[in-house]
Design a protein around this ligand. Sequence first.
Ligand SMILES: C[S@@+](CC[C@H](N)C(=O)[O-])C[C@H]1O[C@@H](n2cnc3c(N)ncnc32)[C@H](O)[C@@H]1O
Length: 247
Amino acid sequence: MPVDDAFSRADLARLYDALNPAGADSEFYLRLATQPCSIVDVGCGTGLLTLLYAQGGHDVTGVEPAEGMLAMARQNDVTALVHWLAATGADFISDNRFDLAVMTGHVFQVFLNDAATLAVLKNIRSHLKPGGRLAFDSRNPLARAFDGWTAEKTLRHIELGGSGTVCVHHQLLAVDGEQVTFETVFDFIDAGRLETSRSTLRFPSQDTIAALLAQAGFDGIDWIGYWDGSAFAPESREIIVVAHKAR
Ligand SMILES: C[S@@+](CC[C@H](N)C(=O)[O-])C[C@H]1O[C@@H](n2cnc3c(N)ncnc32)[C@H](O)[C@@H]1O
């Protein structure tokens, strides 16, 4: 499964942190690790959260298949705190067994069908210690976030040394059942250059996620709907999951 240009290309990946700074979601994931522990961050991107975990004294592995994102992550890790693996969620291999696995920033939605999702969930579970947890987020399909993915509603202007002003927006292209296709348009104003990256994401329901986690062998699930940790409700924008591996 190829990764999107927005993540594989160095010139687009270097814009990611300016577009997606740490927020309430990062705070939520940091609160999951109160004691020093071993953590794997699957689809870690530029490693923003990965590095915060490592700086907090945890033993951290970052897994990322996209060259552009992983290059940014390695560059940001100036004191080499993290074990970085160039791999997908389904094929990463580590001798380490983890207390906590995370997939943040809607990585879960890049897996477009049950088989692809199960391969990732099973691989992650096999890398957890007994008593370990997997936490991730997926946008609630009932909240239809994609209806707002228009140029008008998503346009952002960022200033980045070396790239000048870049205007970025999302444009919804198609909704086909659970699968939503959109493009991200990067307008490098100073260079007079326009780049687009096309993406498809899956929007599985809570029931689908529950069935997949059960098939992958997870034992119990906490369903959270908001970054303050409160319970999932049908109108929640996010489906935030903490799944447990009993043994
Ligand atoms: C929206 S970014 C989220 C990055 C980061 N977790 C965050 O919270 O900012 C989605 C990430 O998933 C990665 N990705 C794509 N396909 C993947 C796969 N098969 N396995 C693991 N990660 C994947 C992308 O390369 C990208 O870095």
